[in-house]
Design a protein around this ligand. Structure first.
Ligand code: MD6
Ligand code: FE
Length: 216
């Protein structure tokens, strides 16, 4: 199948290589954005957004929730994946099939066939919220990529290198953009600059990011 067919309604795929192992698929999720938001509403009804505390005692500006077999959490005891939502004591809601399908399709377009995520961390940014430079290293399997879907307000993705002190590139992410990130870049530092105020027809006054991982 031509790669272009993977992009619903688009003649030309916009695959942008960020670095060996990392690609930006502009607009890849645009045709599925409303469906994703509808599924997300059902997730959030069972596992509401909340602001978590870092091990250092800071309350994060980004609100988070999860779906899938395990969810990423942080508190004074550290960062980890766990089966239950600490806010409800119940297992995280199952990953909606449309989430898993989109993530697998995007991973394939980025060169990672057979991606089966078991965790989806959902980030919600109100204007001013940010995510400081970090590595995603709480997963057991660094061979699998991370697939990151942006919805709603745009943001500036800070894309660094293997060391915290490496220079960062600034990449504007719009609603429907997907970053697939693995291989040699899997442990690169990255973050999100403070989100600018605005209104988006899909989400209102916020940005939503879904990151799909193979954590187990
Ligand atoms: C965000 N994303 O876009 C935060 N991590 O809101 C991440 O932290 C991230 O986009 C690993 C791989 C891709 C990402
Ligand atoms: Fe991350």
């Amino acid at each position: 199948m031509p790669l272009g067919d993977l992009f619903a309604g688009k003649a030309t795929p916009a695959v942008e290589n960020l670095a060996p192992g990392a690609v930006l698929l502009r607009g890849f999720a645009a045709g599925k954005a409303a469906e994703m938001m509808a599924a997300l509403e059902r997730v959030v009804a069972a596992a509401p957004f909340r602001r978590m505390t870092t091990p250092g005692g800071y309350v994060m500006s980004v609100e988070m929730t999860n779906c899938g077999q395990v969810g990423w959490v942080t508190d004074r005891r550290g960062y980890r994946y766990q089966v239950t939502d600490p806010a409800t004591g119940k297992p995280w809601p199952a990953m909606p099939p449309e989430f898993a399908r989109l993530a697998a399709r995007a991973a394939g377009a980025g060169g990672y066939e057979g991606f089966v995520p078991d965790a989806c961390l959902v980030n919600r940014y109100e204007p001013g919220a940010r995510l400081s430079l970090h590595q995603d290293k709480d997963e057991r399997d660094f061979d699998a990529p991370i697939v990151s879907v942006s919805l709603g307000l745009p943001a500036v993705f800070l894309f660094g290198g293997a060391r915290r002190s490496d220079p960062t590139r600034k990449i504007r992410l719009e609603s429907g953009d997907i970053v697939v990130w693995g291989g040699p870049t899997r442990l690169f530092f990255h973050g999100i600059a403070p989100v600018a105020d605005g209104e988006h027809p899909l989400t209102g006054r916020c940005r939503i990011n879904l990151t799909f991982r193979k954590a187990l």
